[in-house]
Design a protein around this ligand. Structure first.
Ligand SMILES: *Cc1c(COP(=O)(O)O)cnc(C)c1O
Length: 363
């Protein structure tokens, strides 16, 4: 396991503390997803070719010029990660290295300033350590960590920015869903095309997905299941989550491509599935195959995987205007088994054999 002092180079970040914590106003038994922010935030600016003035400050507004490029040409990217309260009281941050790799892939695609390990690890670890009482103890809850970057150069001509802000905020959350969801296979609109930005966590991908998602919600579904941009025939992923199926007792999921976001939850589930002896197939899966295998009973489970949702069962898939109901799940369903394994590793109930946790020692 990595520890706060052992890993990477230490960096001293100046801290301005809040005069009074707002934590006593928060009901940790009634958390929603994405409403509450912790006391502090991290901020650093990129100017003249390097990162400068790293600081931890009270969470609060930032001031930007109306010409800041992020408002005009979409250079914004983010990450979403979680920290968990372990059974010994310490805090584990899940798979920081994977998130570091991915944020730089997104930055590279969007021509934004890259982050170095020192800045990424230290900003997040020191912020989580400072606001550690904000990591919930309730089962299933977590401290959500949102690192993001925006273009700040003041200029309204179209160009890639030479200046950026990197900010990290956190907030306690419960899982995104609390019951099985209904999803609609989308065959009219696309989220991402070959050669596009689908693999990057850039703001524009989400703005473009709202409209079809709004229609699906109005029709009674929780999310859309995107299909490929050329034939609208092969399953890609769902909203902010990757899609997995259990067909003939094998875990089946679409292979990664430049139009699918490389989910870290997806990667973790596949790793665990292989190691507990389940078959895993990363292959093209058509909408037709999904429908057929629900109807002939070969598909016993379908679920989404993402940091916000963790693993969440899908109870119904709508395709070409027709609803297809999945079997009711029993307590021994694979989705629950896989989810429990991940949760056990994160909370220290099971040994972290993959070195996924960065542990912050409780003060
Ligand atoms: C973040 C995200 C996911 C899930 O990735 P995780 O690393 O598991 O959180 C899947 N799809 C999209 C489009 C996403 O933005």
């Amino acid at each position: 396991m990595e520890t706060l002092t052992a890993q990477k180079q230490e960096m001293k970040i100046p801290v301005t503390r809040v005069s009074k914590s707002k934590i006593s106003e928060i009901d940790f038994t009634k958390l929603q997803f994405g409403k509450i922010t912790s006391d502090h935030m991290f901020i650093s600016s990129f100017k003249e070719g390097h990162w400068q003035n790293p600081e931890i400050l009270p969470y609060g507004d930032i001031s930007l010029a109306p010409t800041a490029l992020c408002f005009h040409y979409g250079q914004t990217i983010f990450e979403g990660m979680k920290a968990f309260r372990m059974q010994d009281g310490n805090i584990s941050i899940f798979r920081m290295e994977k998130h570091f790799e991915r944020i730089n892939k997104s930055l590279d695609r969007m021509c934004m300033a890259m982050l170095d390990e020192e800045l990424f690890y230290n900003s997040i670890k020191q912020l989580v350590a400072l606001d550690q009482q904000w990591t919930p103890t309730q089962e299933g809850s977590a401290l959500y960590i949102r690192p993001f970057m925006i273009a700040t150069e003041e200029r309204f001509g179209v160009k890639e920015s030479d200046e950026y802000l990197f900010i990290v905020i956190t907030g306690p959350v419960s899982p995104l869903f609390n019951k099985p969801i209904k999803i609609k296979v989308e065959t009219d609109y696309v989220r991402a095309a070959k050669g596009g930005t689908g693999y990057a966590k850039c703001g524009g991908n989400y703005g473009a997905a709202f409209y079809p998602t709004k229609i699906a919600r109005q029709q009674g579904y929780n999310a859309v299941l995107w299909t490929d941009s050329i034939y609208n025939k092969f399953i890609e992923e769902s909203g902010t989550m990757n899609m997995l199926f259990i067909i003939n007792n094998t875990v089946v999921t679409p292979p990664l491509s430049d139009s699918i976001l490389e989910g870290i939850t997806r990667d973790s589930v596949l790793r665990i599935a292989r190691d507990i002896g389940l078959g895993v197939e990363e292959r093209d899966i058509s909408v037709e195959e999904v429908v057929e295998s629900i109807e002939n009973g070969k598909m016993t489970e379908a679920f989404v995987a993402g940091t916000a949702a963790v693993l969440n069962p899908v109870e119904l898939i709508s395709a070409y205007g027709k609803d297809h109901l999945l079997p009711t799940l029993h307590d021994n369903a694979l989705v629950y088994k896989l989810k429990k394994k991940i949760e056990n590793i994160r909370t220290g109930v099971e040994k972290d054999i993959y070195n996924w946790n960065t542990v912050i020692t409780q003060l």
